[in-house]
Write a protein that binds this ligand. Structure first.
Ligand SMILES: C[S@@+](CC[C@H](N)C(=O)[O-])C[C@H]1O[C@@H](n2cnc3c(N)ncnc32)[C@H](O)[C@@H]1O
Length: 167
């Protein structure tokens, strides 16, 4: 089994109780940080590693959201949340290393607690961020802000040589 398949299988297994595990983190301040990050998303937005959809209710109403993940079971939970909370979003099974989207097709890309979960913690975040950059612009990313809070890193970036909002 490949390392990524092992990660996917792990999330497929824990999807049922992921929210229970994650809730204490939210109560310790992660939710506030999710909100601060996600409210910056605009218009056509992709959330990579959307998981069980814990962030779906945190976007502003003008956001047209697509959520991707490698775990079918996590995505199924996200779909349930969207249906229950009447949040319009579409979902696709895809890894951040190979996103099923054309260059420049997005206004914002978000990810929360994903780059620590991918199979190869060195190569995959780089490949994933390169994919994200390609979807926003082929030019790469300009880091606007990094907030540090323990192991948590809150990164706001925007395309290089762009006048778009920093998302
Ligand atoms: C810690 S959970 C975070 C879920 C959600 N973003 C949140 O904030 O609750 C990590 C998620 O990343 C997904 N994931 C792992 N490897 C991935 C990859 N290569 N591409 C996209 N998603 C991946 C997992 O399936 C899981 O849903």
């Amino acid at each position: 089994m490949s390392a990524q398949n092992a990660v996917t299988a792990r999330y497929d297994r824990i999807a049922r109780f992921y929210d229970l595990i994650d809730k204490p983190m939210d109560l310790m301040g992660v939710r506030r940080r999710r909100k601060r990050l996600l409210r910056q998303a605009r218009d056509t937005t992709l959330e990579v590693g959307v998981g069980t959809g814990r962030n779906l209710g945190l976007y502003s109403e003008n956001v047209e959201l697509t959520g991707t993940d490698v775990s079918t079971n996590m995505l199924a939970k996200a779909q349930q949340v969207a249906a229950t909370d009447r949040i319009h979003a579409t979902f696709e099974l895809a890894g951040v290393q190979q996103l099923p989207l054309g260059d420049g097709s997005l206004d914002s890309v978000t990810a929360a607690c994903v780059f620590c979960s991918v199979a190869d913690p060195v190569a995959d975040p780089v490949a994933g961020l390169a994919e994200v950059a390609r979807n926003v612009t082929a030019a790469g990313l300009d880091i606007i802000e990094v907030r540090r809070w323990g192991v948590w890193r809150e990164i706001v970036a925007r395309p290089l040589e762009s006048t778009q909002d920093p998302t």
